[in-house]
Design a protein around this ligand. Structure first.
Ligand code: ADP
Ligand code: MG
Ligand code: ZN
Length: 477
């Protein structure tokens, strides 16, 4: 019997708001435990939640980019369960009326065939806190800094058919959310968490098999590993005539296998009901249309435009558009200096190297696009050589000085002036009589040597094209 794998994915994306979903506490990662809490997110009685407008706006922007319908009427529901990191005893989520529904995203999996994955829904909810189990400490601790942070839970239809497709979906989704600046995409910090649901069915069968939900996966590599492990495990169980239990399994990184966390029998009955502290959230059409205007061109489309508009290779366009800040940087520079290939080389080469070395984002690059362009113009005008431009770039980057200033201070202006070059050439020819003789006997290669000597004695500042031309003239004469 051969089986087909069926996968649907749930993603929890943390929205990049400054404050939490229902109170004014901050959302910054990694601060002292419980330093970002207030009576509301501590779940104290007598407090009332107030929805964060920025979170709603981000959810709508994400929904629009994912081709979803946006609900004009939004209900919030209490999802009840008991856990130490959930002080209220319930999580505020959306159940029956999610803010976004019925969307899709196009993915380009490794096998090359682009196709659509349907998004069933995306809803707003608050995050829980964190239990902290310190080895050697007396008991466990709870940190509620994260409690109440806004999440967008994005759920697909069971449309995916392989680990590679899931990874392509997740990468594409993460790119979109990061581009929209609604999620920082940081998987180590839990800003983008993914839970694949996976089942097998005999090839040709219509009904889906029993699914298993996979949790605790925090990198694309582990997504692939966990899914591939689970496919093997379920194939073996089914081939031996066994049954798959509907359960949640955790990916165990050290053992490279999944293990049961809870079975369906232990599954919670969440007793959802509308939160009486929150009125339905009504979004008017105009406001939604305003959000639509903020949905910028998405990475895949921008890549294609870079190829057609700037005649860049797919590879270069892919590198430039992988980060919105880098793509913006490139476009600003090209507007000022209309040589896309040259600008692209500098952005992908010299600039990226300095940004990486100093751990800086392109959006706050100490060398602005304007400043990079002023350097490129110095080369274009023949004021400095390309070699000098490359050599001084690290200093332009670190010193805060303009390229012009550095060139002036260090006397790097390229010498193209015939009078100045003439003198150097005469000296070089006088010092190398045997090479001159060889050239006159027909040994053309000697010219290269002589050009090198002139460049050397000019301290690298002579304009090589000009030197070539003048040397030939002199030797012919
Ligand atoms: P639950 O209520 O257990 O969370 P849902 O029906 O809401 O289950 O689906 C959760 C996710 O699992 C969705 O992404 C959905 O596409 C996927 N899914 C549902 N049934 C199956 C199945 N039989 N096999 C694989 N994925 C499935
Ligand atoms: Mg689920
Ligand atoms: Zn708070």
């Amino acid at each position: 019997m051969t089986y087909e794998v069926v996968i649907g994915v749930e993603v929890h994306a943390q929205l990049r708001t400054k404050s939490k979903l229902f109170c004014g506490c901050g959302t910054q990662f990694g601060l002292t435990a419980n330093s970002q809490t207030c009576p509301l997110c501590l779940g104290l009685p007598g407090t009332l939640p107030v929805i964060n407008r920025a979170a709603v706006e981000m959810a709508v922007r994400a929904g629009l980019a994912l081709n979803c319908t946006i609900a004009a009427n939004n209900l919030f529901a209490r999802k009840n369960y008991f856990y130490p990191d959930l002080p209220k005893g319930y999580q505020i989520s959306q159940y029956e009326e999610p803010i976004c529904e019925h969307g899709w995203i196009e993915i380009a999996p490794a096998d090359g065939k682009p196709r659509r994955v349907r998004i069933r829904r995306a809803h707003l909810e608050e995050d829980a806190g964190k239990s902290v189990h310190v080895v050697g400490a007396n008991g466990s601790r709870v940190d509620l800094n994260r409690a109440g942070t806004p999440l967008l839970e994005i759920v697909t239809e069971p449309d995916l058919r392989s680990a590679d497709e899931v990874v392509a979906y997740l990468k594409g989704l993460r790119d979109v959310l990061m581009y929209l600046e609604v999620c920082d995409g940081n998987m180590d910090e839990g800003s983008f968490r993914c839970e694949p649901n996976l089942s097998l069915r005999p090839v040709g069968q219509k009904e889906f098999g029993t699914k298993v939900e996979l949790k605790n996966i925090n990198s694309f590599k582990f997504v692939k590993d966990a899914i591939e492990y689970e496919i093997k495990r379920q194939t073996k169980v089914l081939s031996e005539g066994g049954k798959i239990n509907q359960e949640t399994r955790l990916w165990n990184l050290d053992r490279g296998e999944t293990a049961v966390m809870r079975s369906k029998e232990e599954a919670h009955d969440y007793r959802y009901f509308p939160d009486p502290d929150l009125v339905p959230l009504k979004l008017d059409k105009e406001w939604i249309e305003g959000c639509r205007k903020q949905v910028t061109e998405l990475p895949a489309a921008r890549l294609q435009r870079f190829v057609s508009e700037f005649a860049l290779s797919e590879y270069d366009a892919g590198v430039l558009t992988a980060s919105r800040a880098v793509a913006d940087y490139f476009e600003t520079a090209v507007k000022l200096f209309n040589q896309p290939k040259t600008v692209s080389n500098w952005v992908m080469g010299e600039l990226t190297r300095e940004l990486n070395n100093s751990g800086t984002d392109a959006s706050v690059s100490p060398v602005s696009p304007e400043r990079l362009v002023s350097l490129l113009q110095l080369v274009e005008q023949g004021t400095i050589s390309l070699k000098v431009a490359r050599e001084i770039f690290p200093e332009v980057y670190s010193s805060g000085k303009t390229p012009e200033q550095i060139v002036q201070e260090q006397g790097l202006v390229q010498v193209s002036d015939e009078g100045a070059l003439d003198q150097i050439i005469i000296d070089v020819l006088a010092k190398n009589p045997s090479q001159v003789a060889q050239f006159k006997e027909g040994k053309q290669q000697v010219l290269g040597f002589l050009v090198g000597q002139v460049m050397k004695s000019s301290g690298g500042k002579a304009n090589p094209g000009k030197v070539n031309e003048l040397l030939k003239k002199k030797l012919a004469g």
